[in-house]
Ligand binder design. Structure first.
Ligand code: SF4
Length: 325
């Protein structure tokens, strides 16, 4: 299957098919922090996380209707658009008492132009009462929950100081999918100490979960992070653009064609970006990914193997794809 010539199921295609037009994101600030920053689990956050809490484009905290009005106005200065996603991206957006979250999220979905509520959070910040609230909201407008898994490997979780386990993540996915809430999983490619095979194992694993979408994110090193300090002292290998584009093609091949692709690269703030510098030319990276897919005559799902038919995957060398054997 080829979707809009892209050879993968982009979230833009999904939104156009579902809503009949392009849908734009409004980055909103929920006024929360993160247990990995406020001392509950840690003070320094995940090793790659910037001071803005992985939400560098969100506005300062203001009442939600004001944030929505300002963000819509900003987008409409450049584009004629009618429909929006209310996106709570920075920090952990379910890390607050449920009554606070109720007011916040109902304020967001009451705007008639908001067609989706998207919430970035951690898998260990979804209590039963919060899950019930999300289920209730999902009856009114679609709710997307974005979970930053990054990797399935325990050694890397320890290194990045995520503070949660794969079991905890699985439980969150189970609870959310039981309530028909769409889950989008974030994966980082290029974390120090991981091999290509290990990265593909993460993507393969995620592709067999009951999720709606995936964000494949290139590891970028930002200057205001502990990863940045580490990189300065002991530079570790990072993907070249060519290697990364090949890796993305490998990942797409083993994902099912039904999973929506929300991101294929990283785009950290230019003023903080230490490496890899090529990642700031996002258009060029996306074009090169298209070129690799085309030259290889491949597409999302080409080598997807349903779990019960799967024996194992093997990672080929020289940039070729992992094939089911
Ligand atoms: S869980 Fe998210 S917001 Fe919290 S430290 Fe990690 S990346 Fe940053």
């Amino acid at each position: 299957m080829i979707w809009n010539d892209k050879r993968y199921y982009s979230i833009d295609s999904y939104l156009k098919q579902t809503f009949g037009e392009k849908v734009y994101r409004l980055s909103l600030h929920g006024g929360m922090t993160c247990p990995n920053r406020d001392g509950t689990l840690g003070h320094h956050g995940c090793i790659f996380c910037s001071a803005a809490g992985s939400g560098d484009f969100a506005q300062k905290y203001l009442p939600i209707p004001e944030q929505i009005a300002a963000a819509k106005e900003q987008i409409r200065q450049k584009r004629n658009c009618q429909k929006f996603i209310a996106y709570f991206q920075a920090y952990t957006n379910t890390y607050a008492p449920v009554d606070y979250l109720r007011d916040l999220f109902f304020d967001a979905i009451k705007d008639p132009d908001v067609v989706i509520l998207s919430i970035g959070t951690r898998p260990d910040c979804l209590s039963n009462e919060i899950l019930e609230l999300l289920g209730e909201l999902n009856q009114i407008k679609p709710v997307w929950i974005e979970l930053g898994l990054q990797t399935i490997h325990a050694k890397t979780h320890r290194f990045i100081r995520s503070g949660f386990t794969l079991d905890c993540f699985h439980e969150a996915v189970r609870q959310l999918s039981q309530r028909n809430i769409s889950v989008i999983v974030h994966v980082i490619l290029g974390l120090p100490g991981e091999t290509r095979q290990e990265m593909l194992e993460t993507v393969f694993h995620v592709g067999h979960l009951p999720i709606f979408g995936i964000k494949l994110q290139l590891l970028h090193v930002l200057s205001d992070t502990d990863l940045g300090i580490l990189y300065q002292k002991h530079p570790f290998p990072l993907f070249t653009q060519e290697e990364y584009c090949t890796m993305i093609a490998d990942c797409l091949e083993i994902l099912p064609e039904t999973i929506t692709i929300h991101r294929l690269t990283g785009d950290g703030p230019k003023e903080l970006l230490m490496a890899p510098l090529w990642s700031s030319a996002k258009r060029s990276v996306l074009n090169q990914i298209q070129k690799v897919l085309k030259n290889r005559d491949t597409w999302q799902g080409k080598y997807f193997v349903p779990e019960n038919n799967m024996i194992h995957i093997r990672s080929e060398t020289n940039g070729r794809s992992p094939n089911p054997i």
